[in-house]
Ligand binder design. Structure first.
Ligand code: NI
Length: 207
């Protein structure tokens, strides 16, 4: 009966496709907040030399800064923007909780919130916005060229999306864990369990 054979092959094909999709989702090939994923959490012991690198910017106090200002301490790097409706405030709130759990240990970290929306995110705007979160989080807002260079260095992604009356930004939602020498070590994914994120940061501090 050829029709039964067709059904049987069809079923097998569907199973194979579902297995592939499940594996892809598990490995994180598809993400909540756009592409730009540089590696998985398993990268903790094998730094990806090509993620991160020199950058220049202006911090939320108006000071000109560069990567050199943050070397010597492990650094958490997160790209976002102050008009973000969900991903950024959620992540900054979770980072605030995490820094609170670390207590004084958190003083041994830099935490950088790098704006991908320099048009609206002036240092003053960043300063105002960050008042809602842990004071140890530093906001950075460079020129568009500086932002583009930082995004490229971190293999991160940001895209301007027009809305009815304004625009929003789609952007990489992961937090980059960089060691004291500025080498990429791991990522905290959006909505990652707090315990898992805390363990990753503690490991980063131990290095
Ligand atoms: Ni955001």
């Amino acid at each position: 009966m050829p029709i039964l054979k067709i059904i049987r092959y069809g079923a097998w094909a569907a199973v194979a496709l579902l297995t592939f999709a499940a594996a892809a989702i598990t490995l994180g090939w598809w993400r909540v907040d756009g592409p730009g994923r540089p590696g998985s959490g398993a990268a903790m012991s094998t730094p990806l030399a090509d993620v991160g690198g020199p950058f220049t910017s202006t911090d939320h106090t108006g000071r000109k800064v560069s990567q050199a200002d943050y070397l010597g301490k492990p650094t958490l790097v997160f790209f976002g923007f102050t008009h973000c409706p969900e991903v950024c405030p959620t992540t900054l709130f979770e980072l605030t909780t995490l820094l609170g759990k670390l207590g004084l240990e958190a003083d041994k970290l830099n935490v950088l919130f790098v704006s991908v929306d320099p048009e609206r995110d002036t240092p003053e705007q960043l300063s105002l916005y960050l008042q809602s979160f842990d004071p140890r989080i530093t906001g950075l807002s460079g020129t568009q060229a500086e932002v583009d260079a930082a995004l490229k260095a971190y293999k991160a992604y940001a895209k301007r999306i027009p809305t009815q009356d304004d625009y929003t930004m789609d952007h990489t939602a992961s937090v980059y864990l960089m060691d004291a020498e500025g080498r990429f070590r791991s990522l905290i994914d959006y909505h990652e369990e707090q315990d898992s994120a805390l363990a990753k940061v503690k490991l980063l501090l131990k290095r």
